[in-house]
Design a protein around this ligand. Structure first.
Ligand code: BG6
Length: 462
């Protein structure tokens, strides 16, 4: 076969998932409650079609069959997360032996099938008891997370080498404390900034625990949803708007994680508006001393911004949007089935920025994918013909390939996601899987993209 875009030898090809979104068995195996189980109990109507996470895609029971299918469709790596409330019900104290058993089985099964486990420690799923203590606003929760991380390294570090502390840490900040799409539905910038800072501190402490654990051949990182901020024009006011959006949504985590320091301009701005979170001097030392080895990059869509048309009302609550407005670029390409912009070159711009400004840190695409509503409409002969997804992946891989050719240090690509899964308040609205899941029977059926992905992985290119 003629391969036009060949990737470097040893490239990781796989897919990404998270515990709450695939496991199900929310009340089985000794699992404690997390904020999603609880929020669904008290406000089921906040979830699409009133569907909660209690059964999800039932990976808890079907993991063997799923891993067999991963192998069949060419995976040499698989990203999943450990559920904190399953491993340590209540968030601190003794580990739950049934959970240890489950994750051991998953890890062993993956390795037996030649699939490298990439493990995330926290994917939006705070144990309920710790949320009741204040969640990430509380320093005690930071310590509880460090202990949980240390337990994971001790239990699974003999086999798991690729570790990630957090998935998209900005999302619980935005969802839970700014824009009301995650529990606890607070809207308050100061508290959001505190949550963001403590998450970063928890991250640094987990990196410390990882260094102490001395996992041979192990690497640790964080997964960030980097959304390049593009200005409407080269006009200085638009450029400034884009720079500030970048500070709030990308550099607030990227800089401390990779460089060990917060961007000065962000600190100055928060100080000027009285929005700096509380911190101790030694916290900054921690962040400086415990930097990452690897970075996971999630990329779905860019952020397009312009200078504000009107000055913000100084009596309105402080928000990042005081400094920019969103901008719908005319002619931009949209995903007609989900409503997000598709801009493939964004993935290249991210990687070039990492090469030029972040020491060309080793990185992975840890999520990229295309969500589609009512995907059943594309079924023919019992299979979903998702040619749009194949085109989506190809479009991004062409730009990723160019970045690698130009020296960017990219080592793998994980599609979001392996099989259709439950997605927070959107539940099963948008389907992203290579494999479809019948929500009633849980039967798995590979889509056309799954077979295309197999040839991609097996040829190390397309
Ligand atoms: C990513 C998250 O940002 O977006 C995933 O890491 C999530 O957990 C995915 O499922 C897709 O989101 P949605 O809302 O389109 O289902």
């Amino acid at each position: 076969m003629d391969i036009r875009y060949r990737f470097p030898a040893g490239f990781w090809w796989g897919s990404a998932t998270s515990a709450t979104q695939i496991e199900g068995a929310a009340r089985e195996g000794g699992k404690g409650k997390n904020i999603w189980d609880y929020w669904y109990e008290i406000e089921p109507n906040r979830f699409f079609d009133n569907v909660g996470p209690e059964t999800a895609s039932d990976f808890y029971h079907l993991y063997k069959e799923d891993i067999r299918l991963m192998k069949e469709i060419g995976h040499n790596s698989f990203r999943f997360s450990i559920s904190w409330s399953r491993l340590v019900p209540g968030g601190r104290g003794k580990v739950n032996p049934e959970a240890v058993n489950f994750y051991n089985h998953v890890i062993n099964e993956l390795l037996k099938n030649g699939i490298e486990p990439f493990v995330t420690l926290y994917h939006f799923d705070m144990p309920l008891e710790l949320q009741e203590e204040g969640g990430w606003e509380s320093r005690e929760v930071v310590e509880a997370y460090k202990n949980y991380a240390a337990q994971c390294f001790r239990l699974f570090g003999d086999r798991v080498k690729m570790w990630f502390t957090f998935n998209e840490p900005i999302v619980p900040v935005e969802g839970g404390y700014l824009y009301d799409f995650h529990y606890p539905n607070v809207v308050d910038f100061r508290r959001a900034a505190q949550v963001a800072f403590h998450t970063m501190l928890a991250h640094a402490k987990a990196v410390e625990a990882f260094r102490e654990a001395g996992i041979r051949g192990g690497k640790i990182g964080i997964i960030l949803n980097l959304t390049p901020s593009y200005p409407r024009s080269r006009h200085p006011a638009d450029m400034k708007a884009a720079r500030i959006a970048d500070l709030f949504f990308n550099r607030s985590f990227l800089d401390p994680a990779v460089l060990g320091e917060y961007p000065e301009e962000l600190v100055r701005l928060l100080q000027e508006y009285g929005q700096l979170p509380a911190f101790r001097k030694e916290d900054l030392e921690w962040i400086k001393n415990y930097k990452i080895d690897i970075l996971g990059v999630n990329y779905y869509q860019p952020r397009r911004v312009k200078a504000k048309d009107h000055l913000p009302n100084p009596y309105s609550p402080f928000m990042p949007e005081w400094f920019f407005d969103y901008y719908e670029m005319p002619g931009r390409k949209m995903n007609p089935y989900r409503g997000w912009e598709i801009y493939e070159k964004g993935i290249y711009d991210i990687m070039v920025n990492l090469k030029e400004n972040y020491g060309n840190i080793e990185c992975y695409v840890s999520e990229n994918g295309m969500g589609v509503q009512d995907e059943e409409r594309f079924i023919r002969d019992g299979m979903i013909h998702d040619d749009y997804r194949i085109e989506f992946i190809k479009g991004h891989l062409i730009w990723l390939h160019k970045a690698i050719r130009e020296g960017c240090n990219v080592k793998g690509y994980h599609l979001w996601t392996f099989m259709d899964n439950w997605s927070w308040t959107n539940a099963y609205k948008n389907r992203y899987g290579l494999v479809s899941v019948d929500l009633r029977t849980k039967k798995r059926t590979p889509k056309k993209s799954a077979w295309w992905f197999k040839s991609l992985a097996e040829n190390n290119g397309f």
